[in-house]
Design a protein around this ligand. Structure first.
Ligand code: NAX
Length: 327
């Protein structure tokens, strides 16, 4: 039997946490033959709820689950973890300024970066889910300088999967037959869902849909606004789809993407596609041997260029705002 992998979930008493931890314990993130030890972190007001989640994990008797650490102590939570899924954060409340929310998250991510840097296992892979996801990941990277920048990512796989879902519904094909959509940029409504290189049942999506107006308009806004549509319908924000997409993100990163298929991940920009270096920006990536690589050489038309630049611009502003909270 394989040695267990230690997986940290922060914000584990929250909505996404509640959907995510059973998926991890069932092998959906790391595979059906990979034992896991779950580390769950939340803050003291949620300690009792967190303990309730731990009780349910025990009650579910997951064969792959070899241990559960449920704690409000960041050091205990981070110690020895191989994978860290950062779901905990400070949500925007009504009437709050953007800067105040940013400031709260900057201090959370700064502190958790230091704990991961000191106590996580070497080569720990980090996925930031909590919003503002790209900028939280950037702060985490800045304050954990000994963690390789390639190990720090943020979640845009939910947006990617939403785009696959929309194309599948529109064409009435299986979602598994749609591939190679791209989410460029920020996990926010400025993101650019791009189908120019996407295929369905092996044919270009643009040729099959035969409606550029829809693809350049309603399709894009539907994907961008999907989070808000879920809140309107459910009165809570996306949770099961976010948890499932977080598992997809880590699984593909660790196990690899299938030949000929790419996925979207928020990663540290090296300047590919003229995206400013030094931002955490969502790109198309392939993964192999536990490492992601940005897909190179895709032709970018003028429509795409504008949208890719606009979302980069927003990320640069967020970065500046985050830095202003540090001083
Ligand atoms: P919840 O409010 O249900 O849960 C968040 C949990 O984090 C709470 O239990 C809270 O006590 C905990 N927490 C707060 N500060 C913490 C800290 N310093 N350390 C550890 N835990 C802490 O939110 P939920 O619906 O689970 O969403 C979690 C985060 O995911 C939010 O920031 C949300 O905006 C973000 N999302 C990101 C998505 C993405 O695709 N990147 C999509 C879904 C989601 O909206």
């Amino acid at each position: 039997e394989k040695d267990p992998v230690r997986v940290l979930v922060t914000g584990a008493a929250g909505q996404i946490g509640y959907a995510l931890v059973p998926m991890i314990a069932r092998g959906i993130m790391l595979g059906p033959d990979q034992p896991v030890i779950l580390h769950m972190l939340d803050i003291p007001p949620a300690a009792e709820a967190l303990n309730g989640v731990k009780m349910e994990l025990v009650d579910a008797a997951f064969p792959l689950l070899k241990g559960v650490v449920a704690t409000t102590d960041v050091v205990e939570a981070c110690t020895g973890v191989n994978i860290a899924v950062m779901v905990g954060g400070f949500p925007r409340k009504e009437g709050m300024e953007r800067k105040d929310v940013m400031s709260k998250n900057v201090s959370i991510y700064k502190a958790q970066a230091s704990a991961l840097e000191k106590y996580a296992a070497a080569n720990c892979k980090v996925l930031v889910v909590a919003n503002p996801a790209n900028t939280n990941a950037l702060i985490l990277k800045e304050f954990a300088p000994s963690i390789p920048e390639k190990n720090i990512t943020c979640l845009t796989r939910l947006d990617h999967n939403r785009a696959l879902g929309q194309i599948s519904e529109r064409l009435n094909v299986q979602v598994s037959d749609v591939k190679n959509v791209i989410i460029w940029g920020n996990h926010s409504s400025s993101q650019y869902p791009d189908v120019n290189h996407a295929t369905a049942v092996g044919k270009p999506v643009r040729e099959l849909v035969k409606d550029d107006e829809w693809l350049n308009g309603e399709f894009i806004t539907t994907v961008q606004q999907r989070g808000a549509a879920i809140i309107k319908a459910r009165k809570f924000s996306s949770a099961l789809s976010a948890a499932s997409s977080a598992c997809d993100h880590i699984r593909d990163w660790v196990i690899g993407t299938p030949e000929g298929t790419w996925v979207s991940m928020g990663v540290y920009s090296d300047g590919s596609y003229n995206v400013p270096a030094g931002l955490i920006y969502s790109f198309p990536v392939t993964c192999k041997n536990g490492e992601w690589t940005i897909v190179q050489g895709l032709p970018i038309d003028e429509f795409s260029r504008k949208k890719m630049d606009a979302t980069a611009e927003e990320l640069s502003e967020e970065k500046a705002l985050a830095y202003s909270c540090l001083s």
